[in-house]
Design a binder for this molecule. Structure first.
Ligand SMILES: O=P(O)(O)OC[C@H]1O[C@H](O[C@H]2O[C@H](CO)[C@@H](O)[C@H](O)[C@H]2O)[C@H](O)[C@@H](O)[C@@H]1O
Ligand code: UDP
Length: 475
């Protein structure tokens, strides 16, 4: 079997026990630990002299590098997170475009290819992750790299009317056609991309389902990222420090807990969620003092202006709710800006009656799946889930809500807290079936299997005397 080379902007912290930032790092870390290989990307540092560093842990070689300040500003903070992220999450109002940042983004992609190239073997399978690295395959091909290259987009792919807001959308999306396989979280995302290719650039859907555009033929597919359910449950069971997790009433009865965990990002719908919680306490006063809401929201991309704004807004909303509703012996909302160890989170999930996951848009949202997988099957909690999270496509037995509907979310909280055991178990069983059917191994194995099958045909074409790069998929 060929070696797996994973490339992503974010690489999970190399030291065991350090907290991974976000679902990509969590997911790729678990997937790569099983198969082994190379994980190449940014080490999260910004300094003048970006040196490459290789560290081997188990069967994975982590090859990471720092970025210099200009590259960081233009590629990560700028085009990736101030242009692509908001637009791909339908927040055109928060996006800005700067041509120099776009050029910096292209330059960093090309630079990363040149750094990776000497490490590659001819039969390596290269798997590129996420919106930071869309042009990576094109830069590889320009540099003469002929390996199979797949791409997985962790975030939503928006409707063509939204994506065309990016001034160089044509040039940018053309580079996706240099991959052999482009994977999405949901069929909705895949169809939006296919729509763009067929309508905007007059691409063609072939009989085998592949796409031909800009003279290149390539495949697309849907590979929802998952979790390792047994591992989640194990972590949840291993967390014993109960006293940190639950609040008690003055009469000694345990308060019910609503829990949310998100990076502090405007796409996660935190303001709308806080307002819904306040509306719930106003409209259903019988729950007051009997419930508390724990929102864990570690800061993220805190040097991007829109993230500073959302942080200020949330601090004010949280202060407002607690100022208005708290009592000497009851704080309705616990808002924690700190990241937490996974074991603590899974322990918290398993003890919370409600998982409140209501992003305005989300590629998948692993927290939703983790919350369900952490539950005690004999007495499971209830997941309230936004219809705009990729996870809602699979977890249709959650209480599905529209995060723009404040009263609807307040009603869902009331319903969740009152839900009888039989209904909770029924919904939990359905969701666990979906979580097991599309777990993390399935995500990795399905993607790599499809990428490999493409290669077999490439090889056939190559034998017939064609150059590998000119090969066309034959089904
Ligand atoms: O690397 P950062 O800038 O600190 O951001 C963290 C990650 O956020 C995003 O995660 C996405 O991937 C998850 C796993 O597939 C998915 O569940 C979630 O819906 C996405 O938002 C981002 O896409 C990653 O590149 C970042 O590393
Ligand atoms: O303090 C924290 C906050 C989050 N996470 C993990 O980070 C991931 C977040 O992934 P998700 O897909 O929900 O959202 P993203 O942050 O990638 O947009 C989940 O595995 C969380 O358990 C963590 O380990 N510690």
């Amino acid at each position: 079997m060929s070696r797996l080379v994973v490339v992503s902007n974010r690489v999970a912290p190399i030291k065991e026990g350090k907290i991974a930032a976000g679902g990509l790092a969590v997911g790729v870390y678990d997937a790569l630990r099983q198969s082994g290989g190379i994980w190449f990307g940014w080490n999260g540092e910004v300094n003048k002299n970006p040196q490459m560093r290789t560290e081997t842990v188990g069967n994975v070689d982590y090859v990471t590098m720092a970025l210099n300040k200009t590259d960081y500003d233009q590629y990560y903070r700028g085009f990736s997170n101030a242009t692509l992220w908001p637009i791909f999450h339908y927040r055109v109002d928060l996006a800005r475009y700067n041509r120099e940042e776009y050029e910096g983004y292209r330059r960093v992609n090309a630079m990363m290819v040149e750094k990776l190239k000497p490490l590659l073997r001819p039969d390596d399978t290269i798997w590129i992750h996420d919106y930071h690295l869309i042009p990576f395959a094109e830069a590889c091909r320009m540099s003469g790299i002929r390996n199979r290259i797949g791409f997985f987009l962790h975030i939503p792919f928006p409707a063509p009317g939204i994506i065309t807001v990016i001034p160089p959308h044509n040039e940018l999306l053309k580079t996706l056609c240099y991959y052999d396989l482009v994977g999405f979280q949901t069929e909705c995302d895949r169809l939006a991309f296919q729509d763009y290719i067929t309508r905007e650039v007059r691409g063609v859907i072939e009989r085998d389902g592949s796409l031909t555009a800009y003279g290149r033929n390539f495949h697309t597919g849907v590979y929802p990222i998952g979790v390792v359910p047994d591992n989640v449950r194990q972590l949840a069971n291993s967390y014993r420090e109960r006293r940190h997790l639950v609040g008690y009433n003055s009469d000694g009865r345990r308060r019910k807990t609503i829990v949310s965990v998100d990076r502090l990002d405007y796409s996660k719908g935190l303001v709308e969620r806080f307002r819904a919680y306040a509306a719930f306490l106003e409209n259903f006063p019988e729950h007051r003092r009997k419930v508390e809401f724990i929102q864990i929201a570690p800061t993220s991309r805190s040097d991007v202006k829109t993230y500073q704004t959302i942080r200020r807004q949330l601090e004010s909303e949280a202060g407002h709710i607690n100022g208005r509703l708290s009592d000497l012996d009851w704080t309705p909302l616990h808002y924690l800006n700190k990241s937490h160890d996974r074991r603590v989170l899974m322990g918290l999930f398993s003890r919370a009656e409600v998982g409140f996951v209501t992003p305005l848009r989300d590629g998948m949202n692993l927290v939703a799946k983790e919350y369900v997988a952490a539950q005690n099957p004999d007495d499971p909690g209830v997941l309230i889930l936004s219809r705009f999270a990729g996870a809602a496509q699979e977890l249709s037995s959650a209480l599905i809500v529209n995060p723009y509907d404040c009263i609807g979310m307040a009603e869902a909280l009331d319903r969740a807290l009152r839900m009888p055991l039989a209904e909770r178990k029924d919904r939990y069983e359905h969701m666990m079936q979906a979580i097991r059917a599309a777990d993390l191994d399935t995500w990795r194995d399905d993607f790599l299997r499809d990428l490999q099958s493409f290669t077999i045909h490439q090889a056939v074409e190559a034998e017939k005397g064609k150059s590998v790069n000119e090969a066309v998929f034959v089904s």
